[in-house]
Structure formats: C-alpha cells, structure tokens
Design a protein around this ligand. Structure first.
Ligand code: GDG
Length: 730
C-alpha cells in the first residue's frame, strides 16, 4: 500500500521475495495471504481479491504490538545478535500469537486437501504448527529470511520453546545458509531435546526437515532494468554530477543491522589515512526509511546524519561533499543506474540473513566491471567468494579492502565479477523458489516412516504365516517390547509366564529366536541365559550363540579410546547433579538422571548431550537422549548391523519377525528384508510395517501364533459372540 497523491493505492513491492514468488503466484492458482496492518475498505479488498491477494484484517494496536513489538523489537534484534536491544514484553507476544492465529484461521479457510502452504519469515513463526492443528493433508513449508542465531544467543528468548515448536508443524524449514541450519538444529537439541534423527526432526508423529536454500535475485530483470531508457538517463545525470570521481555505493534499509555508521567511519578513516583519495572519491549512501515507529531506528537516523555531517564538515571542499546521503527510496530504474554508476559497492552489514543488494549489484554489472566489498556476516558471503570479504568490526581491514578495490586492475576486476555474475545468474530467485517447492513436495510425501495402525487384519495374516513357516527367525528387543518398562531397570526381570512364552517360542521346531538388546551381558545372562536363544548385548557388540557359554565380539577392533574421555565429562555432570549416576558398559556409557531434581536434571542432560555431540563431532559416536538417560555409543555398533550379521549366520529363514520399541530398533527395521513382519511396539514414527500398542498386545500376538501353530483352538465362544471376540485384547 502506497500513498499516491495523498491517496492510498495498492502497488506491488520490489525485492527478491517478489521476484521469486511472483511467477509462481501468477502462473498457478496460488493465493498470497498477508496483512497491511489494519482493515481495508471494500474497494481495496476487491482489488486485492482480483489479484489473488488476501488481507488479514487486524486491529491497529494488535498489529503494532505484533510488528513493532515482538517481531521487530525482539526477534529482529535478537536474531541479528543485538541482545541489548531486545525488549521482551509479554503483551507484545500475546499479540504475536494472536496475529499468527488469525492468519491460521484465514489460511485454513481457503486451504484444500493436497495444497501447499508456504509461510514466510519471523513474523509468522507460530503459524506452521497452528496450521497443522487445523489441517492434516497439506504440505507446509516455512522460510526464514533473517539469520537463525547461535543457540547461545537464541536461548535469551523467553519463549524459545514455543517458537521452536511453532515451526515444527512444517514439513520443511528453509533458511539461507548451512550455518543457520546448524544453529536451528542445535537449538532443537538443546531446548527441546530433539535430535535430527538421520536427516529430520521427528515431532508428534511427523518429520520436519531443515535445509539451506540461499535466496537469489531476478538477475535477468535487474540487468534489463539497469539498461532501460530511464536508467540510462539517470546514469548520465549522475555521471555529470560526480564527474571523474570514483563512486563508492551503499544501499540499505536504514537498519542498525546494516552497519551504516561503521561503514561511514571506515570511509572517514580511508580519507584520513589516504589523503590521495580526497576529492577523487564520492561516497553515495542510499538509506531507505524503515520502521520509523521504533525509537532505535529514529536514534540510528540521527547517528547517521551526525556522522555524515562530521565527514562532510571535515573533508568537504568548495561545495563538494565527500558523502552524498539520501534518506528516501528510489525507483527500481534509478537503483539500477546507481548500481551501474558505482565503482565499488560496500555491503558491510554487521549481520544479515542473506543481503540481496550485494547480488543485485553483481547482476547489474553486465560489463563485468566494479568491485564488491562484502561483510563476512552477510549470508551472501557464503556464495560470493570472489568479493573482497571483510569483517566490518575491523575498521582498518575494511579501509584496506576499499583501498584495494579502488586500485584494482581491470583484469582482476573482470575475473572476479564475471565469476560472481555467473553464479548470481544461475542461482536466481526463480531457481530458489523452484528448489524449495521441489523439496517440499519430496519431503511432505516421503515414504519410509509412517504411523501404521494396530489392527487385527495383519495380525491374523501374521499368525497364519508363522503357522506355515518351517524356519522362522524371530528377533526381539526386550525392555518395552516383550516386557513393560520398570522405574528401576534392574527390576525388569521376566516373570514365570513370560519365561514360559519365550521358551515355547524358542522351542518351535526349526525356529531361531534372537534377543537384540541394549543391555549388558550380565542381565541378559541372568534373565534369559538358560533358554535356547541367541543373545546379542549392547546394541550389537557381543553375541552369545544358542548353546554356547562364551560371548564373541561382533565388531572386532572397535575403537573405544573415546570411552574414558566421555566418562570424564559425565563424571563432572555427576558431581554437579545430585542423584545422577553413570552406567558403564564395554562399548558404551550412559548417564542416568532419573533420581535428580527434575528441572535441574533435564537442563544438565541437554547440556551434556549438546557438549558431547559438539565435542566428539569427529569421533563417529551416537549421543542418544532417552528417557532420563544420555547414552553414548559408537556409530559402528547398531542393531541394524547386528541384525544383518545374525541373518547371515542363521540363513534360509522363510519367516522373519522383528519387534522393537525405541529408536535403536529402527535400525533393525531398516535392515530387515522386504517381506519381514517388522513390528513397532508403542507410539511414534517408525520404519516398521506394523504396530502394536503395548508389550501386552505383542505377547498376545505371540501367544495366538503359538497356539495356532500347536493346533490349540482359541477358547470356545458361544456362536453369538464368536464373531466379535478376537484373541487380541484391546
Ligand atoms: C531481508 C533480510 C535477506 C533497497 N532500497 C531500495 C530498494 N531496495 C531493495 C533492494 C533489495 C531489498 O530492498 C533489500 O533487501 P536486502 O536483502 O538487502 O535486505 P532486507 O530488506 O533486510 O531483507 C535479508 C532478505 O530479507 C531476503 O531474504 O536477504 O538478509 O534482512 O531488493 O533492492 N528498492 C527500490 N528502491 C530503493 O530505494 N526500488
């Protein structure tokens, strides 16, 4: 919405987002939902509707608290590392939640099954989960245009857990760089104890992927606009004005994250340190007005104007100001002319998600001239390596880079700019949008993990298949699968009924029964050692074959040199967490905090998991955050490889059943052959094909299978009830 001759008028805005999404919006039957921060008259509503745009009407005060309060008074400064500027007001957050909910209502009222919904930016971080609550069969993507900060900074946010959970309703979260992916993943691990399990975060029965998608610009459009008639005319006018002086250009919204004051100070030092540049260079700073309702922005305006005045006061010569400062916005053509006019573009934000100005400058330089000086704190620096990359906090370094840029020979300039231009041209805004949508489609439809139902049909087939098998192979986890968990794991011994069931199963002619457990050898021997079964302990580290008394090493030569180091770290957590203790195994080690003070224990557990994951990142260890336990084991040992070894040693199975309840059993499920009866016990996502709700239901299935095989009929039913009653309890 703009004011044209005093009247509110609707007009498209410029920028990478519009360039990327515009064609998708125009080509398909996409709706664009946004808010103008108030309520519109019906004429404007209609005009919007004609263009497939929907406005979310908001009360002014709610919109202000949402936009200026929480979005730009908390999330923006915090995510750009301006901690001291972060002013949290619970009422602003209320408004933020409220606005997200209003968006959710309106989007949900338009959504149809199979639709894709793409949510943009930090103003709507609760929206993905709010939409997911309302809609199940749509694909939801989220893109964050600003940095996601280090978890150490993010932890400052009082509502960090809610914000993290708010995003998890998405199938895919996109950010600009790998660093932001890492920061976000670390925050999930530290503040919600959610690890990226393989390549996604599992949450409430779904998976959420986090991936980098660096936004590009409309390179073709920019290049065309920079050569338009208007641009040529403006360029000629500017050239007359600056004469033969070299032009240094800065283009930014007047935002404190953009580092305009430090840039101006670097320029001042350039003039002081290199008097030869005085009267030979002209600095042009275009600062577009933004967020004027926030006092920090008004302060910045005064600061910048002060510095500009000082530099001009100090170095001006006969009406010729070394800094030209424009506090307004210009037309796209004029901007194109400025990009072409510049000899050096100085893009030196203190922090920036991507920074499109850097890419726009490159895209506008069709003759491969000009030098880009770029901050290492802009996301763009991860792609634009041929720029002169600087640390804006290092003023001398920035001065040296500008000086070098001004002196750069045409050969080097061309080499750098042509490489930059090729990259910016290939990875344009359209490419970004297409890649995101393609990934969203793939991730929202990804097979392999599911929520299979606990129903009777497959159980009947399983019983039949077991009855017909000559060489059944049955691979079971123990705790949580065959037997319920105990508060104290040492109390989980099998009772007589369970032992009887296991013995019956193990004694089926031709059958092989394998226990694949995370437990150590001691408890397996104590509880199951007398039965004709194969025992695998510690997730696949030791094996005791049926009828043998010796244990063998399943992974000979395994590197265990990390064990004492992890133990040392865990000991320091034991010292600081009363009630916690260490459990030592041969190939792994665990820290239990079941008896610690709950809040302190949880905080310490997340810290320990974070520390071990980061500190031993190059050691191929698995750090698992379980129920009241942090477990560390080698990646070379898992139930999947143990399953494969056992399948080779016990070949020719004509029926395979694999059952388990936790994350370690997922490796077994993935390793089991296509036709296997893989059964997940309990809730959660799984690669298993089937599910049973509890160990009790699993025992019932085994009993029914054994009864059927041994020809024992289900208990006599009177005929009226027979059809309704099944051997499987509900
Ligand atoms: C956020 C993130 C991320 C500027 N002045 C004029 C004008 N502009 C246009 C530029 C450019 C856009 O505004 C600014 O984009 P940036 O990327 O530089 O920065 P933010 O506005 O902070 O954007 C940022 C971006 O989102 C996209 O994800 O890159 O990191 O902070 O397109 O050309 N356009 C016109 N006149 C002006 O005076 N017409």
């Amino acid at each position: 919405m703009r004011r044209v001759s005093g009247k509110p008028t609707l007009a498209p805005s410029a920028g990478g987002l519009v360039a990327g999404l515009g064609p998708i919006h125009q080509a398909g039957d996409a709706l664009w939902v946004g808010s103008l921060g108030g309520s519109l008259g019906s004429r404007h509503q209609e005009q919007l509707a004609k263009n497939k745009l929907i406005d979310v009407p908001l009360r002014r005060e709610t919109a202000r608290r949402h936009y200026e309060g929480f979005s730009n008074g908390v999330l923006w400064p915090l995510f750009h590392y301006f901690l001291e500027s972060t002013q949290f007001d619970p009422q602003d957050y209320e408004a933020y939640r409220d606005v997200n909910a209003q968006f959710a209502d309106i989007v949900a009222s338009h959504a149809r099954p199979g639709d894709r919904i793409w949510v943009h930016d930090y103003h709507l971080m609760l929206l993905p989960s709010m939409l997911r609550e309302r809609l199940s069969d749509v694909a939801i993507g989220f893109f964050l245009h600003i940095p996601f900060p280090s978890s150490e900074v993010f932890r400052v946010l009082p509502v960090k857990q809610e914000i993290l959970e708010g995003l998890l309703g998405a199938d895919l979260i996109g950010v600009h760089t790998h660093a932001y992916v890492r920061h976000l993943s670390t925050s999930y691990r530290r503040f919600l104890a959610l690890d990226q399990e393989r390549d996604a975060i599992e949450w409430q029965g779904r998976r959420c992927y986090i991936r980098p998608f660096p936004l590009g610009v409309d390179a073709v459009g920019l290049s065309r606009r920079a050569r338009s008639k208007t641009a040529e005319r403006r360029l000629a006018a500017w050239r007359r004005r600056v004469g033969d002086r070299a032009v240094i250009l800065g283009v930014d919204r007047l935002d404190y994250s953009k580092g305009i004051p430090v840039r101006l100070r670097a320029y001042r030092r350039l003039l002081a340190k290199h008097p030869e540049w005085r009267r030979k260079v002209q600095f042009l700073q275009l600062a577009v007005p933004t967020r004027g309702g926030i006092s920090k922005y008004r302060d910045l305006k005064r600061t910048v104007e002060g510095i500009v005045g000082e530099i001009n006061g100090e170095f001006a010569d006969l009406g010729d100001n070394p800094v030209q400062y424009m506090h307004r916005s210009v037309s796209p053509e004029e901007l194109g002319a400025l990009y072409r006019l510049a000899d050096v573009a100085v893009v030196t934000p203190l922090r920036d998600g991507m920074n499109l100005v850097a890419k726009e400058f490159v895209a506008s330089r069709q003759d491969d001239t000009g030098v880009l000086v770029l901050s290492e704190f802009a996301g763009a620096s991860t792609e634009l390596g041929e720029a002169l990359v600087v640390n804006p906090f290092d003023t001398d370094g920035t001065v040296a880079a500008i000086d070098r840029a001004l002196r750069m020979g045409s050969k080097e300039m061309k080499r750098r700019m042509s490489a930059l231009r090729r990259r910016v041209g290939e990875h344009d805004a359209r490419h970004w949008a297409d890649e995101f949508i393609e990934a969203l489609d793939a991730f929202s439809a990804r097979p392999g993990v599911s929520m299979p139902a606990d129903d009777e049909r497959w159980q009947r087939k399983c019983v039949e298949a077991f009855g017909a098998a000559r060489r059944p192979l049955v691979v079971l986890s123990y705790d949580g699968t065959l037997r319920e968990f105990e508060e104290d794991p040492s109390q989980a011994e099998p009772d007589t009924a369970l032992l009887g069931l296991v013995r019956r199963l193990a004694e089926v002619p031709g059958a092989e029964l394998v226990f694949l457990s995370g437990r150590d050898r001691g408890s397996l021997i104590r509880w199951l050692g007398d039965l004709p079964v194969h025992l695998v302990s510690e997730h696949g580290f030791f094996l005791r074959l049926r009828g043998h008394s010796e244990w063998e090493d399943m992974v000979p030569g395994l590197d265990r040199s990390w064990l004492p180091l992890v133990e040392e770290a865990m000991e320091s957590f034991v010292a600081r967490t009363p009630g916690s203790f260490i459990e030592r195994k041969q190939a792994g080690i665990s820290w239990h905090y079941r008896s610690a003070e709950p809040a302190h224990g949880l905080r310490q557990a997340r810290e320990l998991a974070h520390h071990l994951t980061e500190y031993f990142a190059n050691r191929a260890l698995h750090v698992l955050q379980g129920q009241f336990v942090i477990e560390v084991k080698s990646q070379a040992v898992d139930k999947g490889s143990a399953f494969r070894i056992m399948s080779r040693r016990l070949p020719d199975a004509d029926f395979v059943l694999a059952a388990g309840d936790d994350r370690s059993d997922e490796d077994t499920f993935r390793a089991s052959p296509a036709g296997a009866w893989s059964i997940k016990i309990g809730p959660g996502l799984t690669s298993a094909r089937y599910r049973l709700e509890s160990p009790e239901r699993f025992r019932a299935l085994l009993t029914a299978a054994l009864d059927a095989r041994e020809g024992i009929a289900a208990p006599e039913q009177d005929s009226a009830r027979a059809s309704k009653i099944s051997p499987f309890p509900h």
